[in-house]
Design a protein around this ligand. Structure first.
Ligand SMILES: Nc1ncnc2c1ncn2[C@@H]1O[C@H](COP(=O)(O)OP(=O)(O)OP(=O)(O)O)[C@@H](O)[C@H]1O
Ligand SMILES: [Mg+2]
Length: 502
């Protein structure tokens, strides 16, 4: 063990039933280093970091932390005590507990058998203040947005004085301001000698904070090096094992008829008089900052949340949508933002998830599923999206984050839909899989479907959509033709608040 490393993992292997998730992987981290751990979906990044943080146990290999060999297995608690903190990829908060209760979960302050609630709230407030996060420690976590919940996770890790901080896709749900805050905080913790492992599929953001890069592919260590010595092209080709020609493939189609209109839709505080149209053979991007009301709009359209007023018009006909089933019957489908909660039945297999969304087409008389047809649909969906799995019988929960997202999209592929709404479909998806998802959108577009696509990532909104609707504060503030606009203009509409909030 060389002195300079605070973490050294050697020859780590780990198998799950049917998958060798890690095959002889080496990994090391220095104090004061921000390392990007990169690789495609399913490369084994989260698994390696879960081993380091005691969530999973290794099958083989050695681990040294601060020069000490870890004999036996780490547990989440022992790893935390040594100073390893992890912020998981999928949100991991207890949604019915408060912010302070989550921050102190498992390490509650108490005396004489009583919880010291006031002190935990005070300490939570301190760490939130330090992060300049405006969240009340007594708020119930379930009432916060995805971005805010992520910030609470970061606060929780920092509260425990971690010396090795692992962030598994921390920015995938943050606003650009929150990302700036996060980067500022990362620089601070780094200056204090903390080593940081940073996992992200947003390669363009690495330049702001990363010193060093380690790349994995298919459960194996591929290469490592100083970030400044590597080009983006090097990184991508090492991750993917081949070159990616086009990051944003476009297909040109002739704009068809107006097929879908939303007219003065109102639903709660975040959907106010929202109107827009979508056309056959078009990709409509819905841009905006986190919390602009885009997800709420898609939920109201799809009948998940009640509408107060407004019309939904499909092919010139006003339709009544009171629940998602109504929407699906009228040819509208939604691939939602929070895939774990709303997009997948994680306890069911991938086959069952795909079949569920297509049951009407698969059921024979008497409600019996046509297995042959089912197999065909499921196999096609898995092949089209190149979903990486040993068999379609594995639980959706066991897939890597990106592959889960692919299943959400795959479910709808087999349906004969007119309008397909994607809410942040590429969140947490690797570069190659993103291209696959764009290709799917393009296929839908070429087939005359109106694709509506909510995204917070400016490059993909500009790269993929034909038109862009911008939202701010629950309202539509701009409607733009993609080829005639740019990032600055979109941002100016995205920040058109009625009142300046500070
Ligand atoms: N609990 C589990 N049970 C079964 N298989 C698992 C489990 N966790 C991970 N795997 C498998 O191990 C492999 C590596 O997954 P891992 O989550 O580490 O990938 P990743 O690099 O983090 O990908 P992503 O970028 O999509 O998050 C995948 O094939 C995945 O399906
Ligand atoms: Mg992962």
């Amino acid at each position: 063990m060389s002195e300079q490393y605070i973490v050294e993992m050697r020859n780590i292997s780990k198998s799950f039933p049917g998958v060798k998730a890690l095959d002889n992987v080496n990994f090391h981290l220095k104090s004061g280093q921000v390392m990007a751990l990169l690789g495609e979906n399913g490369a084994g990044k989260s698994t390696l970091m879960k081993i380091l943080s005691g969530v999973y146990t290794r099958d083989e290999g050695t681990i040294h932390i601060f020069g000490e060999e870890i004999k036996g297995h780490l547990t989440p608690k022992s790893a935390q005590e040594i100073g390893v903190a992890i912020i998981h990829q999928e949100l991991n908060m207890c949604s019915h507990l408060t912010v302070a209760e989550n921050i102190f979960l498992g390490k509650e302050l108490h005396s004489k058998g009583l919880l010291k609630d006031k002190e935990m709230i005070k300490k939570s407030q301190e760490v939130l203040n330090k992060l300049k996060i405006d969240i009340n420690p007594t708020s119930v976590v379930g009432s916060l947005g995805v971005g805010q919940q992520q910030m609470v996770e970061i606060a929780k890790a920092l509260e425990s004085n971690a010396k090795v901080l692992i962030m598994d896709e921390p920015t995938s749900a943050l606003t650009s301001k929150e990302i700036d805050d996060l980067f500022r905080i990362i620089r601070e913790v780094k200056a204090n000698g903390c080593g940081i492992v940073y996992i992200s599929h947003r390669l363009e953001e690495l330049q702001h904070i990363v010193d060093y890069v380690t790349i994995m592919r298919d459960g194996r260590y591929i290469t490592e090096g100083n970030f400044k010595d590597l080009t983006l092209k090097d990184i991508i080709s090492n991750m993917v094992g081949r070159e990616i020609k086009e990051q944003f493939p476009r297909v040109e189609t002739k704009k068809g008829k107006k097929i879908f209109s939303v007219n003065k839709l109102n639903a709660g505080r975040m959907v106010r008089d929202v109107s827009f149209n979508a056309y056959e053979g078009e990709i409509l991007g819905i841009a905006g900052l986190m919390g602009a009301g885009r997800t709420e709009t898609t939920r109201a359209i799809f009948g998940v949340d009640p509408k107060e007023s407004g019309e939904i018009i499909i092919q010139g006909e006003k339709v009544e949508i009171k629940c998602p089933m109504d929407a699906i019957k009228h040819g509208i489908v939604l691939a939602p933002e929070d895939r774990k909660k709303d997009g997948l039945c994680t306890k069911l297999s991938v086959r069952e998830n795909i079949a569920l969304a297509n049951l009407d087409a698969l059921c024979l008389k008497g409600g019996i599923v046509n297995r042959k047809k089912e197999r065909k649909i499921v196999e096609k969906a898995i092949n089209d999206l190149k979903i990486k799995l040993p068999t379609s019988e594995v639980n959706a929960a066991s897939l890597s984050g990106g592959n889960q997202q692919k299943v959400v999209v795959a479910k709808w592929l087999a349906r004969n839909s007119k309008v397909v709404i994607f809410d942040e479909p590429t969140r947490g998806i690797d570069v190659a899989a993103k291209v696959e998802i764009y290709n799917i959108m393009n296929i839908l577009k070429s087939n005359g479907i109106a694709v509506v696509f909510v995204s917070s990532e400016m490059p993909e909104v500009l790269g993929i959509s034909d038109r862009i609707v911008v939202m701010c504060d629950g309202r539509v503030t701009g409607s733009l033709i993609t080829k005639d606009t740019n990032q600055e203009e979109i941002l100016s509409y995205a920040t058109k608040f009625e009142k300046k909030i500070d």
